[in-house]
Design a binder for this molecule. Structure first.
Ligand SMILES: NC(=O)C1=CN([C@@H]2O[C@H](COP(=O)(O)OP(=O)(O)OC[C@H]3O[C@@H](n4cnc5c(N)ncnc54)[C@H](OP(=O)(O)O)[C@@H]3O)[C@@H](O)[C@H]2O)C=CC1
Ligand SMILES: O=C(O)[C@@H]1CCC=N1
Length: 267
């Protein structure tokens, strides 16, 4: 089965590298990229063929679209005449609905909408998938099999995908933002940057492992750290006074709303 990845930026390369690490044959992978130097870089790094989008689609069974939402309309026009009813089209673009993609491609093509995230680069991605109108169980299983090489896969109804995008799609950025702030705090208090970074990164990895392995609610785990009258209580009080929890809610709603606004590919 030949897979074409249309658009090999950050996310497209994350997917490509995951498929290669999972043992998929390089001669069954095709990539499209507009810039010649980027195309050469991908060929040098993975030994993969970089061709134009219509040619890639014609040679592929499954077409994975990883261009920006704003580039979707132009790309779908470019590949329209190369898409045939037997193709499975998988879109990773934020906000773009299966309905929009179906309306731009020949009638009856199976479309799956996907929201991945960048921890796919280390096989710890979170991927949510939703079927379009012409998708059956075989198409969903095929998409799941492809994406499982990058991490966990969860099926969701398409109406949940804008919220999923705001939580797990954009989520790594919120975590890195908190990590940056904690490192800066360490530096501010006089710790060497390397020491602060090591302390924060291992604290993050350990906390994530504790959440996953115990299955405990985060409130219970936070209470375990918060000694009565101690240091953590002093810090949490300040975060509550600063309405940081409410800010997180508002920020994640803003990401959800932006995903909705991108739905037509014009925003
Ligand atoms: N980054 C992330 O964490 C996540 C991204 N996504 C989704 O993945 C998609 C890509 O995002 P990201 O990788 O961050 O963006 P990038 O800008 O890094 O990658 C997009 C790539 O698509 C290429 N491209 C655009 N139009 C075409 C075309 N017509 N033919 C071939 N290649 C084309 C661009 O080339 P050029 O450089 O020449 O413009 C670029 O390399 C988006 O839709 C985004 O919503 C989803 C989840 C997470
Ligand atoms: O910021 C974005 O639009 C993309 C989608 C989710 C993560 N990155």
């Amino acid at each position: 089965m030949t897979v074409a990845i249309l658009g090999a930026g950050v996310m497209g390369e994350a997917l490509l590298s995951g498929l290669v690490r999972a043992g998929r044959r390089v001669d069954e992978l095709l990539v499209t990229e507009r810039r010649a130097e980027r195309a050469q870089e991908l060929t040098d790094r993975y030994g993969v063929d970089v061709v134009d989008s219509p040619a890639a689609v014609k040679r592929a069974d499954t077409v994975i679209i990883v261009v920006k939402p704003q580039d979707m309309g132009a790309l779908l026009t470019e590949i329209h005449d190369s898409v045939r009813p037997g193709h499975l089209v998988v879109s990773l673009a934020a906000g773009i609905t299966t309905g929009f993609i179906e309306s731009q491609l020949p009638e009856g093509v199976a479309v799956v909408r996907v929201m991945p995230n960048t921890p796919a680069l280390v096989d710890e991605g979170m991927v949510a998938i939703a079927p379009g109108t012409h998708c059956d169980e075989r198409h969903l299983t095929e998409a799941e099999d492809l994406l499982r090489s990058t991490g966990k896969v969860l099926r969701v109804p398409e109406k949940q995908l804008d919220a999923v995008t705001a939580i797990s799609g954009s989520g790594p950025a919120y975590v890195f933002y908190v990590v940056e702030a904690m490192i800066e705090a360490g530096v501010h208090m006089g710790l060497p940057r390397a020491t602060a970074t090591e302390l924060v990164v291992q604290t993050l990895v350990g906390s994530a492992k504790l959440l996953r392995e115990t299955g405990e609610h985060p409130t219970v785990l936070r209470e375990g750290v918060t000694s009565p009258g101690g240091t953590t209580a002093a810090a949490i009080r300040l975060l509550e006074d600063g309405k940081v929890r409410a800010d997180f809610l508002a920020a994640i709603e803003a990401a959800r709303d932006r995903s909705r606004a991108l739905s037509s590919g014009n925003a």
